[in-house]
Design a protein around this ligand. Structure first.
Ligand code: 5GP
Ligand code: ZN
Length: 136
């Protein structure tokens, strides 16, 4: 299924040019236009899914396998010292393009980036309440 007017559908299909690092039947991996660091790449499934919630399970598995392959390639070629995998779902989580994508962000000791959150300090009781809500 291809969604009309979805920019990542068009990029994945090759209808809009991109800096492609890898392509196969199901995926295209491109350089992000506004990279956080040198080599910031996006894994795009060719089939449209808005986000992780609706992504077919099989595609999710294949995307993670491809992420590993690309991580090794980026480390090998760019000599990055680390790598963040980022995947945003929903506007509140920072998703700006409604076509599932996986960010691969190579990290360098001097890259000046922060991909982080502010930790909080819940009590054991608060943690247990959340655990119950999710798991029971
Ligand atoms: P999100 O915020 O949805 O997780 O990530 C969207 C990403 O797509 C951003 O990092 C943004 O720079 C990138 N992006 C948006 N439009 C384009 C485009 O047309 N081409 C490429 N290569 N990247 C894009
Ligand atoms: Zn799409």
């Amino acid at each position: 299924m291809k969604k009309q007017d979805c920019i990542f559908c068009k990029i994945a299909a090759g209808e809009i040019p991109s800096k492609t690092l890898y392509e196969d039947e199901k995926f295209r991996v491109i350089l992000d236009l506004g990279p956080a660091t040198r080599g910031h790449a996006l894994i795009l499934p060719k089939e449209h899914s808005a986000d992780l919630y609706v992504l077919p399970e099989e595609t999710a598995g294949e995307a993670m396998k491809l992420a590993k392959k690309m991580a090794l390639l980026l480390r090998d070629k760019l000599h990055c010292e680390g790598l963040n995998l980022v995947q945003n779902n929903g506007e509140v989580a920072g998703q700006t393009v409604s076509h599932f994508h996986l960010h691969l962000i190579p990290r360098y000791s001097d890259d000046g980036q922060k991909i982080n959150w502010i930790p909080s300090s819940p009590t054991q009781e608060e943690l247990e309440a959340v655990r119950k809500e999710i798991a029971e």
